[in-house]
Design a protein around this ligand. Sequence first.
Ligand code: PLP
Length: 470
Amino acid sequence: MIYTDTRDKNVKADFRTAVLNGMNAATGGLYIPVEFPKLDASFTNRTPEPSFREIAYEMAKPYVQGEIPDADLESIIQDAYPFMPQVVPIDPVTYVLELFHGPTCAFKDFGARFMARVMSYFNRGENDNLHILVATSGDTGSAVGSAFHNVPGIDVTILYPDGKISPLQEKQLSTFDGNVRALKVKGTFDDCQKLVKTAFTDNELRSKFRLSSANSINISRLLPQSFYYMYASLVVRNRIPHDSKIESPAIIAVVPSGNFGNLTSGLIAYEAGAPITGFVAATNANHTIPDWIASGEYKARESVATLSNAMDVGAPSNYERIAAMYSLEQVRTLFASYWTDDTGTVDAVKSCNEKTGYIIDPHGAVAWKAWNDIRCGDMEKLMGGLKGDITQPGLTPNIPAWAESIAKKQAVGIVLETAHPAKFGATVTKAIGREPSIPARLEKVMHLADRAIPMEKDYESFKEWLVSNL
Ligand SMILES: *Cc1c(COP(=O)(O)O)cnc(C)c1O
């Protein structure tokens, strides 16, 4: 596969270059495949549907062709995914796609674990280790640390702001041994990010060490997230005749979004032929993308803090990829968009639990609320001529091509649940009056020894540490 650049269509790179560079430093653009291959219908139409790992293999194959042989791709996938996504019906027209069954209990495990193994694969012939530097304000660091832990040829240094992440998040970052270590920086997340960025532009340091980043714009984190959209939509399509009496309904993927990597992965699956009719872009008070869809104007802004904090992104990087794949008109045909505030989020955790018995986390709750409101009348109101107001929470004024299927009650929703509710126990407890149960793998880290290394926020101290410890 050839990869190009969202800012310069003349750029041509192979998969290895796109993965190891992360972004194109020359243009500031993001790598994107020149085409989005379709899976063979004889594969997607199989009943029962193919397994998650078979789907992962078939979906990944064209994107790594010529660079990773089939047998190696197979073992990358086997090693990356000892866990699976789960499709859980919570009412006759709503499925929750649980993406938290990986080691850190968040959907980022799917992307980070594939990326880690692909990077290790591309580094296999080198004498020197590849050093990954990553700044985190919480969840990314644990997914990346866990994904690279004990992966050969790679060292990881995670920087996080001391005292500014939750105790559980800190435990998830700071208890690794071996090739993954954490620095607790006396400063803010921005200070951490500045240290990493300065290191990347420090030629003296770069001449000593092979440095790389592992951030969410890496194409090798997006591709594997498309696997679970394909898997879930095939599972749902095959289940519908048993769960509801709707004849070939529209399948709508409802995605709680921040940086819009997850939703972009959904588009890759859509292009590959997943039986998905449309998408809902659901955000918290950081509603840059819903505003763009409604008004046609893209305006990046400062992020605001919310209860679904992994979605607090005011300038979503993957806007560039979405805008490179589709025109605004195509986006408006395919997407509904929706946002809610913190009050709405807590209400959603509560009412999802009251209506269905399901305990959803504050991120998934944003998506569940979007789906619930859309199917319970809000889409019909828009179709009936209600103007809608993008400054107010709720469905933004845009009517996608699939709106009719909502009005006719011929649609089912797949609500993506991106984190385990126990990771956001305080908010969930506030909403439903009891604590969600904690999975063993989360409980366990609470008892491990903290190995974080204290670090000043000035670059010289950080560099000195790198030079004596890498
Ligand atoms: C990162 C994250 C999101 C947002 O995903 P994007 O790909 O940035 O849109 C949503 N929920 C959780 C729990 C996350 O960790």
